[in-house]
Design a protein around this ligand. Structure first.
Ligand SMILES: CC(C)(COP(=O)(O)OP(=O)(O)OC[C@H]1O[C@@H](n2cnc3c(N)ncnc32)[C@H](O)[C@@H]1OP(=O)(O)O)[C@@H](O)C(=O)NCCC(=O)NCCS
Length: 289
């Protein structure tokens, strides 16, 4: 076991100073979870409770400890794997809020079930916007422009747009809305997104849809929320049977271009300009879905 764990990885549960259970808690597990980056989840292994400690809440105490450690470290997930056919053990984890995210046979003999628990905070929910969302959408839009476009778009232009945003969003979001989404974290609107089935570009055909915009509140930048929202947008596009998604982005918006490239978009050679008190160059990016 020392090949895989350090002594420091282990924690012991005791009742009246008698050790009754233990587990290992690590923050990187490339063997079972190769796609999970180091430090983004804790992993429970080797959970064991002595018979004398059974039915006294020991496994729950250990699991609660793992969850608390994760929250303290600002990590939102705890993962574990267990034998696929040990239903009683699986039931323990499921009672504690772990969700099964896969079942696989490893090395042709270990039937394994994979479980994830996520903190209740940081739950991202994306849904179609309704008219009552308009004020929050305007707020996100204004704050996002102020920060993201600070050194890109002239300040005067941003302020002028801001004056129009609340009324603009009231007008845009009607009961018939089918393209504007709110991105919510723990029930609070932190972003807005618009996906349309048919781009306005003259060269677009039926296979293409467009991401017309995505803006997060600056307090929510760079926390993986945009990536989650884009995965949602790709699902919408698949639902429309689209093969490509395009978007327009200011050529000076380096952070967003990096973001889109990471998601598989690439410039397709089309460009256009906007006059915003300064001529703004835009590039079109495209991704095969
Ligand atoms: C662009 C935007 C939607 C991305 O969403 P996000 O939740 O911030 O992005 P994620 O956390 O999912 O980041 C994924 C990648 O995007 C890039 N990125 C996002 N924000 C970044 C920042 N502030 N600085 C540098 N890179 C950034 C990085 O490549 C990042 O990957 P990395 O962390 O491995 O370097 C969001 O930052 C935003 O609203 N920006 C302002 C508005 C805007 O420019 N919208 C696009 C208009 S076309």
């Amino acid at each position: 076991m020392s090949r895989y764990f350090k002594v420091d990885d282990f924690y012991i549960a005791s009742i009246n100073n008698n050790p009754v259970g233990c587990f290992a808690l690590i923050d990187y597990d490339p063997t079972f979870w190769p796609d999970v980056a180091k430090g983004t989840s804790l992993f429970i292994h080797k959970l064991a409770v002595k018979r004398c400690g059974s039915k006294q809440g020991v496994s729950k105490a250990l699991i609660d400890f793992a969850k608390t450690q994760a929250v303290k470290l600002g990590i939102n997930e705890v993962r574990l794997d267990t034998h696929q056919f040990r239903d009683k053990v699986r039931a323990i984890y499921e009672r504690e809020g772990f969700i099964c995210v896969g079942e696989r046979c490893l090395y042709e003999k270990y039937h394994t079930a994979f479980y994830v628990w996520k903190t209740k905070t940081n739950i991202i929910h994306i849904r179609l916007a309704t008219p009552s969302d308009a004020p929050d959408m305007a707020e996100v839009h204004m704050r996002s422009w102020e920060v993201a476009y600070k050194d890109i778009v002239p300040e005067e232009y941003i302020q002028k747009q801001n004056e129009k945003r609340p009324a603009m969003w009231q007008r845009i979001i009607t009961d018939d809305n089918t393209t504007q989404y709110v991105i919510q974290k723990d029930g609070k609107t932190v972003g807005i997104m618009c996906v349309v089935p048919r781009p306005q570009d003259e060269d677009a055909d039926d296979t293409v849809c467009e991401l017309e915009g995505i803006y997060l509140h600056p307090d929510s930048y760079h926390q993986g929320i945009g990536t989650k929202a884009m995965e949602f947008a790709f699902d919408i596009a698949h639902g429309w049977n689209k093969s490509f998604m395009t978007l327009w982005v200011f050529s000076e918006n380096a952070n967003s271009i990096k973001f889109y490239k990471k998601l598989g978009f690439a410039p397709d050679g089309k460009t256009k300009t906007y006059d915003m008190g300064k001529v703004m160059d835009c590039i079109r990016m495209r991704k095969e879905l």
